[in-house]
Write a protein that binds this ligand. Structure first.
Ligand code: GH3
Ligand code: MG
Ligand code: MG
Ligand code: MG
Length: 327
């Protein structure tokens, strides 16, 4: 293999150094009892675009760290009152090495000093008298790592949101329902509050697809989802796409009468949508069936049978002709 070919492979990879331009900004805390060092470091870091705060001892440093957010700490070890190692141990209780990088800058440069600082959670170690370009380069490297971790965390949040939402209607999906339902069952049961659940299934939806096409069917599902979201605008009420053309509406702290009221409002809102469905045998427009169930504090078991009870009510609505609700 030619050298140029190999190099080209690496150059086309995902992480050009230029991607980290943003890493040259951020808040740095310089902790050192030596004022000359503080001045030199803060002047140079400032010139590179960082915003620098100086602390003359460990107590001031910990105080600043407990009230402000920093992206990186440059930490001296030998200081009066509290040593840099004590400061490091303290801040490692609050932040991981990815959340708050710490570079030790110190005159103690024996190998076992370096090892023990790294063991206590230092990200890097620079011996005094330091070379300014070396300190700045190490700062940049730590900032790049921090940036990478922040990017991954953002990505994780996006993925988590994706995993809990339905790709067609954008409302929370069945996985989200399972998590939320379990949490709400426990919470409302513990707090002695009722919990209601409505299971909604679109009537003759297979025929709708067969008549108007799958794409039109998709649009109907989106419209129904939007309708359900706006019909349950009370804080705490939640709508999920449970599967195909089935939706769940979870109503925490809502007694049976409230749940019925919501279901009736949904029923008439679907009526008002007036989506033509000429192959439906119940009406010439789109309809849905709903099963409603409520768990009440006087019956602890009722929280765990909630879904099955709503499902069996829905089944009965389907069996007795659809386009209705049952409690
Ligand atoms: P019933 O009144 O008894 O509920 O009859 P139904 O036809 O609604 O029920 P069935 O379970 O027989 O069919 C559900 C249909 O929903 C079949 C399936 O193709 C359709 N479906 C499920 N998910 C989607 C989707 O994401 N988009 C579209 N367009 N159709 C879907
Ligand atoms: Mg010192
Ligand atoms: Mg169904
Ligand atoms: Mg159906």
């Amino acid at each position: 293999v030619q050298l140029q070919t190999i190099v080209a492979r690496f150059r086309s990879a995902r992480h050009p150094r230029s991607q980290y331009a943003a890493a040259e900004k951020g808040k740095i805390l310089v902790v050192d009892d030596d004022t000359a060092n503080c001045d030199l470091l803060s002047r140079q870091l400032d010139r590179l675009g960082y915003s620098v705060t100086v602390a003359q001892n460990g107590i001031i440093a910990l105080d600043l760290l407990s009230t402000q957010t920093f992206d990186l700490v440059l930490l001296d070890i030998l200081m009066p009152v509290v040593s840099g190692i004590e400061v490091l141990k303290c801040l490692r209780c609050a932040w991981s090495i990815a959340e708050l990088p710490v570079i030790m800058v110190t005159a103690r440069d024996r190998n076992d000093d370096i090892v023990s600082a790294l063991d206590c959670g230092a990200n890097d170690y620079v011996a005094k008298p330091f070379s300014l370009p070396v300190v700045l380069a190490r700062v940049r490297t730590q900032m790049m790592l921090k940036q990478t971790v922040a990017d991954l965390e953002n990505l994780n949040r996006k993925l988590e949101k994706l995993s809990l939402h339905d790709g067609l209607t954008n409302i929370p999906n069945r996985r989200c329902f399972n998590e939320t339902f379990e949490r709400e069952q426990l919470r409302t049961r513990r707090n002695g509050m009722p919990l209601s659940l409505i299971l909604l299934d679109v009537d003759f939806f297979k025929r709708y697809n067969d008549t108007y096409g799958h794409e039109a069917g998709d649009q109907v599902l989106c419209r129904v989802a939007d309708l359900l979201v706006s019909a349950t605008d009370r804080g705490g009420d939640m709508v999920f796409r449970y599967g195909g053309e089935e939706f769940v509406i979870l109503l925490p702290e809502t007694p049976a009468a409230g749940a019925r009221f919501v279901a009736e409002r949904i029923h008439s809102a679907i009526q008002q949508l007036a989506i033509p469905h000429l192959t439906s045998t119940v009406a010439h427009h789109l309809t849905a069936s709903m099963g409603i169930a409520t768990a009440t504090p006087s019956d602890k078991e009722s929280y765990y049978t909630l879904f099955e009870r709503a499902d069996s009510q829905l089944y009965k609505v389907k069996a007795s002709g659809r386009n209705s609700l049952r409690q």
